[in-house]
Design a protein around this ligand. Structure first.
Ligand code: ADP
Length: 482
């Protein structure tokens, strides 16, 4: 059988659970309370009846013993019998008097006269015990009392008084009280349920408003702010939601900015190529040298476009999850030597001295390809943004402790203005756009480097003095932390 999703939804709702709670809170204490009160009332009524009857019975046994009733020579014979009859009427019971030969000498029911009665209770009472029993099934209290002359020092038991009284009127009272208790608790339960459900619906209203407001915000990150100030909880949810909204807006803005930057960067070389090609086309009789020069420029623009696309691809790869890292144990000293060897021709062209200083052999768990790209970007920048008068230098230092290896790339270059330091890792950010473009920069290099270092759970810091030089400090764990 298929369950209705709306019913399922209702069963899972907070509303339903709170209503259940109200039902339990309304029914359980009311029921327990009325059962408890009725039960203790019943116990109390029975014990009260017992003590009343017992004191009456004791008075009677005293009178019987002092009046020598058992010896059949009492002058108060009639009085005592009348008292026994009266007790029978008042308590709706029966009184039986037994002499020391176990013979019934008086029975207010007049049934068992002169019969012999030998029961456990009677025997026990002849040994001096008072026995009181309550029979809840048949609704009566039964007591057996010894008749002893108080003046007799040997306390001989002269006979036994058996008395049974009905508790029917107590039970009738109980039934009446039970009916009243049921009516009162039903009324209280209905009132509580009604009041409870109304209260729940009222209390849950802010949550409904919260979800309505979230639904209204839907996908737009505009200047929406969630505001439901009814409870501390809703205020907190709104605060968290608004923070999340603000972060999503920042991400959306940066995504849009990135897309527009990418299109702009990709369009620039294409525009140049189009202008160059159109110019050649409009000059059919141009000399061969001019053609060659234009074609050379077109090739440069194509190379630039290729570099931007390659850098973008590297960046996308770096932005992916750390699961894409190809971690292996790599000799960092050798890796640096290879990078410097590859960059040496560029340094020579720029007349920049390139020096590597390593303090110890270091092996670390890294992604060799990605780390090579990151370090190459740093050293290439140090060469590119350097002096070209033959005075320029780049010092690369490698050191390690038991936990990290440290890479320092120091240059004597043009430096970075202080206000630009916090932006240099942003995609497409360049301090001097035209200079960077001239020397083939895309503005993506440091973004790639930083992503790669963060993927390795490392850190990068920059120190720079304009006109004097820049230092990049990199720290990467020797063992890859998953
Ligand atoms: P680009 O491809 O333009 O070099 P990067 O992301 O590698 O892009 O660097 C961003 C900007 O930071 C560069 O355009 C440059 O202005 C500045 N920069 C980076 N490294 C250095 C450095 N060693 N010395 C001076 N400026 C630097």
């Amino acid at each position: 059988m298929q369950k209705n999703p709306r019913i399922l939804q209702f069963l899972k709702s907070l509303k339903f659970r709170l209503i259940l709670l109200v039902i339990v809170i309304a029914i359980v204490p009311g029921t327990v309370l009325s059962i408890g009160i009725l039960h203790s009332y019943h116990l109390r009524a029975i014990s009260l009846r017992q003590s009343q009857v017992l004191s009456q019975a004791k008075i009677l046994t005293n009178q019987i013993s002092t009046s020598q009733y058992m010896d059949n020579d009492s002058q108060n014979y009639k009085t005592i019998q009348a008292q026994m009859d009266m007790l029978t009427t008042v308590y709706d019971g029966r009184v039986i008097l037994v002499d020391n030969a176990f013979r019934i000498v008086y029975d207010t029911y007049n049934i068992d006269f002169h019969k012999t009665i030998i029961s456990e209770e009677v025997i026990k009472s002849f040994s001096g015990q008072e026995i009181i029993n309550y029979d809840p099934e048949n609704n009566y209290i039964e007591m057996t009392l010894p008749i002893v002359n108080p003046d007799d020092p040997s306390r001989t038991v002269l006979g036994v008084l058996l008395m049974s009284v009905s508790t029917d009127n107590i039970e009738l009272n109980m039934e009446y009280l039970q009916r009243i208790a049921i009516i009162i608790s039903m009324t209280v339960i209905v009132l509580l349920l009604f009041g409870g459900v109304m209260l729940i619906l009222y209390l849950l209203r802010p949550l409904r408003r919260l979800s309505d407001e979230i639904a209204a915000i839907e996908t737009g990150y505009g200047d929406y702010r969630l505001q439901v100030n009814d409870y501390t909880e809703t205020i907190r949810i709104c605060e968290k939601f608004n923070t999340l909204l603000a972060r999503m807006k920042v991400m959306d803005d940066s995504r849009q900015e990135f897309v527009s930057n990418v299109s702009h960067e990709l369009k620039t070389p294409l525009t140049s190529i189009k202008v160059l090609a159109d110019s050649i086309n409009s000059m059919p009789d141009a000399p061969k040298e001019l053609y060659q020069e234009f074609m050379g420029d077109i090739t440069n623009e194509i190379e630039r476009e290729t570099k931007i696309v390659n850098d973008l691809l590297s960046l996308v790869r770096m932005d992916k999850s750390a699961a894409d890292l190809n971690i292996e144990t790599v000799n960092i000293n050798e890796l640096l030597e290879q990078i410097l060897k590859r960059l040496q021709p560029i340094a020579d062209r720029q007349k920049v001295e390139l020096v590597l200083e390593t303090f110890r052999p270091i092996s670390a768990e890294v992604d060799e390809v990605k780390l090579t790209l990151a370090v190459t970007n740093l050293i290439e920048n140090a060469i590119k943004y350097n002096k070209t008068d033959g005075e320029g230098w780049v010092h690369v230092t490698l050191n390690a402790d038991h936990q990290y290896f440290y890479l320092k790339v120091e240059d004597s270059g043009i430096g970075i203005p202080e206000e630009s330091l916090e932006h240099i890792y942003e995609r497409f950010y360049r301090v001097d756009k035209s200079h960077s473009r001239e020397i083939g920069g895309t503005g993506l290099g440091l973004a790639i480097t930083r992503s790669c270092i963060l993927m390795h759970r490392g850190a990068i810091k920059v120190y720079s003095v304009l006109g004097e030089g820049t230092t990049f400090d990199v720290r990467i764990p020797l063992n890859y932390i998953t």
